[in-house]
Write a protein that binds this ligand. Structure first.
Ligand SMILES: Cc1cc2nc3c(=O)[nH]c(=O)nc-3n(C[C@H](O)[C@H](O)[C@H](O)COP(=O)(O)OP(=O)(O)OC[C@H]3O[C@@H](n4cnc5c(N)ncnc54)[C@H](O)[C@@H]3O)c2cc1C
Length: 433
């Protein structure tokens, strides 16, 4: 069998591992256009703040790659021809396939206002973007950051860490309103202010001004903010061009069934580019997270190699740092729309937006725990600050632990929910050890 994988992100690499675990003889070719190959995209935030050197972004050793025995082509695929089972590359060459995987990810939604092409207007997709941001940050004094999700905050933190003054622009009236509740947004906003970040709500950039470099931005309300850089993170878009042109069914991502196979037999998709059927939700969803991309890539690889296996979407889980505060987001926690983001953002899952059943929270000075409670189970949680309960909650939510025995206690006014959950967890984990 001849396997071709497009994309050297985590989905592509996991697919190679899966194929090799089943088929030791098949020929695997991987085509990727990122000059740095495979590295940790979530790690870029820590590289930008200076906490992680760039070599730590590369988790895989050359020796491990050699063991997987694949042929690597550094190049850009321009066309897929399903009728000829062939992909064409930008340099004029072609590769034929027996099974093909699209693992080409998503790209940052572009800023389309006049002046957005000026040097100094940056986004964060690749390691090269991060290097460019650092280059500008060394020269610049003031940055404008646009966007409401995790990546915009990571950009803000990066500039703060590099001594750059930040104007942080939000289109709505609070930070990340489709995932955080009002109090959680305020916690993050206050921490940003303490770091010296200037927040602007209901602020929308309509022009980036400057001749050969950024000088200022003009806002919809007429204000002009002087700056040397503009960084934006206003959502992401699965890269759909290749699939569309090849006649694959697409919606917001490449539509795939539970086996990660697209509407064209023999062509699979996984990771940020894929919109995967979720039998529990009864619809196809986007999950733009590292863990699901790895799991989908692995499952796609198994299916490509003939080991038929359905993909089971796990409860979306993300540990991130928001304005220096470790925050874990598990399951369904949110509210739906967010004015600042176009659809979905980096490190985001559509499942988070599902409507919660009952919601309760307990806040300390810097720590906060919020639980979303279904009829019998916990369906989601946000853990900010103290992380003692994040692993137990992930396990209980992921395994559908029956919490009916503590439901009334949890929902009682003024309940100390952290304590109730801790006590329940001790008993539950003992029974399920
Ligand atoms: C700054 C940042 C922070 C993030 N933070 C988190 C986080 O905290 N938690 C979390 O869970 N997730 C986070 N994510 C998201 C996570 O990194 C992605 O969900 C994951 O990397 C998706 O993997 P993938 O393999 O599907 O796609 P990608 O990693 O995007 O890989 C796709 C590859 O395909 C290549 N490619 C595209 N088109 C072509 C073509 N035509 N020809 C050849 N090659 C092509 C691309 O260059 C790229 O190398 C973050 C992402 C970024 C960028």
């Amino acid at each position: 069998m001849k396997y071709v994988i497009i994309g050297t992100g985590v989905a592509g690499i996991a697919a190679i591992e899966a194929i090799r675990s089943v088929d030791t003889a098949g020929e695997i070719t991987v085509v990727g256009d990122d000059p740095h190959g495979f590295y940790s995209r979530p790690g870029l935030a820590y590289y930008l703040t200076g906490e992680v050197p760039d070599k730590q972004l590369f988790p895989q050793m050359a020796e491990e790659f050699r063991k997987l025995r694949f042929h690597y082509i550094k190049g850009h695929v321009t066309r897929i021809l399903p009728a000829a089972s062939r992909v064409d590359l930008q340099d004029g060459s072609s590769v034929t396939y027996g099974r093909l995987l699209l693992a080409i990810g998503a790209s940052a939604t572009p800023l389309t206002v006049p002046g957005a092409q000026l040097p100094g207007v940056v986004k964060l997709d690749h390691l090269d973007d991060a290097r460019q941001i650092l280059k500008f940050a060394r020269r610049g004094k003031t940055a404008v950051v646009v966007g409401g999700g995790i990546t915009a905050l990571e950009l803000t933190e990066a500039f703060v860490a590099r001594g750059v003054k930040v104007h942080y622009l939000l289109r709505g009236d609070r930070y990340w309103s489709n995932v955080l509740d009002a109090q959680e947004s305020r916690i993050i906003e206050n921490r940003l202010r303490e770091e010296g970040v200037q927040l602007h709500f209901h602020a929308e950039v309509i022009e980036v001004q400057g001749q050969n470099s950024v000088k200022s931005v003009r806002l919809l309300d007429g204000r002009v903010l002087r700056c040397d850089m503009v960084a934006y993170a206003i959502g992401i878009q699965p890269r759909l061009g290749l699939a569309r042109e090849a006649g694959l069914a697409v919606d917001r991502g490449v539509l795939v069934n539970q086996f990660l196979e697209s509407s064209v037999p023999g062509i699979y998709a996984a990771g940020d580019v894929a919109q995967v059927y979720d039998p529990v939700a009864g619809r196809s969803v986007l999950d733009s997270l590292w863990g699901p991309a790895r799991d989908q890539g692995y499952t796609a690889g198994l299916n490509m190699a003939g080991r038929i296996k359905a993909y089971h979407k796990s409860v979306p889980f993300n540990v991130t740092r928001l304005a220096g505060l470790t925050t874990t987001i598990i399951g369904a926690v949110g509210h739906g729309r967010d004015d600042d983001l176009v659809g979905i953002a980096r490190g985001d899952s559509e499942t988070w937006r599902e409507l919660p059943h009952a919601m309760i929270a307990q806040s300390g000075e810097v720590n906060r725990l919020r639980l979303l409670i279904g009829e019998r189970t916990l369906v989601g949680a946000i853990v900010m600050g103290d992380q003692k309960l994040s692993m137990p909650l992930e396990k209980m939510i992921g395994n559908g632990a029956d919490v009916s025995s503590i439901r009334d206690q949890l929902l009682a006014p003024g309940a100390l929910i952290a304590e109730i959950v801790s006590t329940y967890w001790l008993e539950w984990s003992r029974q399920h050890a």
